[in-house]
Design a protein around this ligand. Sequence first.
Ligand code: UDP
Length: 194
Amino acid sequence: KPVANILGVPFTTRGFGETVTHLVERIESGEQMHVLTANPEIVMLANENQAFRTIVEQAYVVPDGIGIVYAAKWTNQPIHERVTGVELVEALMAEADKKQWNVYLLGASPEVIQLAAQKLEQRFPNAHIVGYRDGYFRQDEEEQIVQEIASKKTQLLFVAMGSPKQDQWLARYRDQLQASLMMGVGGTFDVISG
Ligand code: UDP
């Protein structure tokens, strides 16, 4: 496996284009995966918190942040470029548009997520945005949200609730969500809607 180890966190060494190709193949073969874009803060957190380390170890971790590229360079490991959440969302939405995938968007404020969904629908008209909702809900609403997402059987599920909350949430529910690629996307919906 093309993996580099940065303070115990297993990062893919694939560059951006290769990462997209690889993820698309895995989606098409019906696999489930939690993609985690990790910067140095995430690496530090994985070193402080055993529960979070386990989440990271079970995810497909991509290098989000130039600090990770430098850390690889200093330890003589072949991570040559950043792979950011915003860019992955763009590239995966382009695939969704080609292949008419189902997509669910979870997170950000109600206004932001509605606008982000509209913009993505305009830009990728053949992708099916089968649902969206904001990221400010109570814990007793989670079961219903998870069921709603699972009922849509999506190829893509993007979750923006900030880091590490979004990845803890995905790890907790990944086996119930019936989504193929699940990824925490941080402030991406704010960027897309703006
Ligand atoms: N967010 C959310 N629910 C929360 C906390 C945050 O939906 O409980 C959203 C927030 O509105 C923003 C996104 O998560 O759209 C990312 O937040 P931030 O930029 O703070 O994340 P980070 O850059 O730390 O990943």
